[in-house]
Design a protein around this ligand. Structure first.
Ligand SMILES: [Zn+2]
Length: 263
């Protein structure tokens, strides 16, 4: 017998449909195609989120998680000033995610989890999850490869003044672990928007916020210090993210609201 492929696209429609039950999860990785400075590839977020999804599914082969193909474009309007960036508009991405949710529902799925690899997608994905719950009755979930401080995550390394959100130590280290052939550290430069500290109530973790494009923050559009990156730090960060996603998927499989019966 052919073993069940965790990649949904490698199975027939009837086989996928037959495999879906009340605990099954459709897992949709979402990346971006955007400028990450001169030292990292445009597809950084998509590469990382796909590797994370594959590793998480491989860690629990019989968990009922069905991996959808990575959505390699995201909402990257903050990097559109930089050549090479390709962004969907917020309206388009919301429409794509609504179509995805409708199709998931039609296939018989009840649980859809978005695995996000790009901080600029986060706010819109939260809205999309709520909208899909209301419009299609799905249980929807949002998971993060790593939640950056500008989206409510913890501050980054103190050597980056807690501001390493894009192409810095963390992201560059993960790429050095996953795809060192795509990283050119000779082009890496420290780029920290220290001016943010002048506005403690409007900063990345303040009660107020300001909208920004990446070249508002630093001339290169990198926000962090990639010169500190190492493959060892990347391995540690990646493996921690896999463990986090695996644990979250376990909870998603059994999640139900108090007014619903357990799946
Ligand atoms: Zn990125």
């Amino acid at each position: 017998m052919i073993p069940l492929a965790p990649r949904a696209g490698e199975r027939s429609g009837p086989a996928l449909s037959a495999a879906l039950d009340g605990r099954s999860i459709l897992l949709q990785p979402i990346g971006a195609f955007e400028h990450h400075g001169p030292h990292l590839p445009l597809a950084t977020d998509a590469l990382v989120v796909e590797a994370l999804a594959e590793a998480a599914v491989a860690a629990r082969p019989a968990s009922g998680v069905h991996l959808l193909p990575t959505l390699s474009y995201g909402l990257s309007s903050e990097h559109l000033w930089a050549p090479g960036t390709v962004s969907l508009s917020a309206r388009t991405l919301l429409a794509v995610l609504d179509d995805l949710a409708a199709s998931a529902r039609r296939a018989g799925a009840t649980r859809l989890a978005l695995l996000n690899g790009h901080g600029g997608n986060t706010h819109l994905l939260r809205v999309a999850c709520r909208e899909a719950r209301v419009a299609h009755g799905l249980h929807t979930f949002l998971l993060h490869a790593s939640l950056p401080p500008d989206n409510g995550g913890p501050p980054t390394d103190p050597r980056e003044e807690g501001l390493g959100i894009h192409g810095g130590l963390g992201e560059t280290s993960v790429l050095l672990h996953l795809r060192p052939d795509l990283v050119d550290l000779t082009l890496a430069e420290r780029s920290i928007p220290s001016f943010v500290h002048d506005y403690p109530h409007l900063g990345f973790d303040g009660a107020g916020e300001f909208a920004w494009c990446s070249n508002d923050l630093t001339p290169s559009g990198v926000v962090g210090d990639p010169t500190l990156a190492t493959p060892e730090a990347g391995k540690e960060r990646f493996e921690a993210a896999v463990a986090e996603v695996v644990a979250a998927l376990d909870e998603i499989g059994r999640f139900h609201f108090p007014h619903e019966p357990p799946p």
